[in-house]
Write a protein that binds this ligand. Structure first.
Ligand code: F6R
Length: 242
């Protein structure tokens, strides 16, 4: 795992969007997985701008969403699906057949997990993941205690995630479960970028990068990935010792 520190979130986003473009130019059929939330928003905007300016051909590229809130309809502002539609699919006119997202409203969530795992296998695996980190160290909805050895799964959300998650919604939401890719997917992805910006993330970044590797602090899984990159701005890096 390598940690890269940027002066600010714009520099970080520009670097990461460039990495995405390079991958697609090199492998036009690449499968990229993205988190929603606040951290990747600016990277998505940079990516859209670069694709449009350079007329990058996205017609063979594939996208999957990292996770979704269970019980939240896709039309609701704050759902992961809604973010992806606004950030990427609409501005880049990405066809429905090019992306696969978890349906958090499905009556059969186990089937939803199987469909995602089969989709990833059919695509030949994930080429790149862009993920954030929660205030309890989660990645996706892999909450503390989640095994490093699972594929897609449904997870009861802990108190921190349910309360912090309210910030994405216009009204108070009941957030009890998440559906998410598991760490077996993350560990078998060719390149993983964990991104964080701002002082509030300094403590969790320090634990992820320099703490013990343990399922009790899920983001420490990044230390196990040979091609894992932690991209942070100076504020989020401020508690790193080295
Ligand atoms: C969202 C997701 C979450 C977030 C994390 C950080 O799809 O996977 O794990 O990445 O909660 O959220 P932000 O970026 O809003 O601080």
């Amino acid at each position: 795992m390598i940690t890269k520190i940027f002066t600010d979130n714009d520099a970080l986003s520009d670097y990461l969007a460039e990495q995405m473009i390079e991958l697609i130019l090199e492998k036009p059929t690449a499968l990229i997985c993205f988190a929603s939330g606040n951290s990747p928003r600016n990277t998505a905007a940079c990516f859209v701008q670069k694709v449009q300016e350079r007329k990058v051909d996205l017609s063979r590229f594939h996208f999957i969403g990292l996770d979704e809130w269970v019980g939240v309809p896709s039309a609701v502002k704050g759902s992961c699906q809604n973010d992806f539609k606004n950030w990427l699919f609409e501005p880049l006119a990405i066809e429905a057949g090019q992306y696969h997202l978890f349906n958090g409203m499905s009556a059969d969530l186990d089937e939803e997990c199987i469909r995602m795992d089969e989709h990833i296998a059919a695509q030949g695996g994930i080429d790149m993941m862009v993920v954030g980190i929660g205030m309890n160290g989660h990645i996706g909805f892999n909450e503390p205690g989640s095994s490093f050895d699972v594929k897609s799964h449904v997870v009861p959300l802990d108190e921190i995630t349910s309360s912090v998650g309210q910030k994405y919604f216009e009204q108070s939401m009941k957030l009890s479960y998440g559906i998410t890719l598991g760490f077996q997917h993350l560990l078998s992805t060719k390149k993983v970028f964990l991104i964080a910006n701002g002082e509030a993330k300094a403590g969790v970044i320090q634990k992820a990068v320099e703490g013990e590797v343990t399922t009790a602090f899920p983001a420490s899984v990044m230390q196990m990935h040979e091609n894992g990159f932690v991209l942070v701005d100076e504020a989020a890096a401020s508690l790193l010792k080295t």
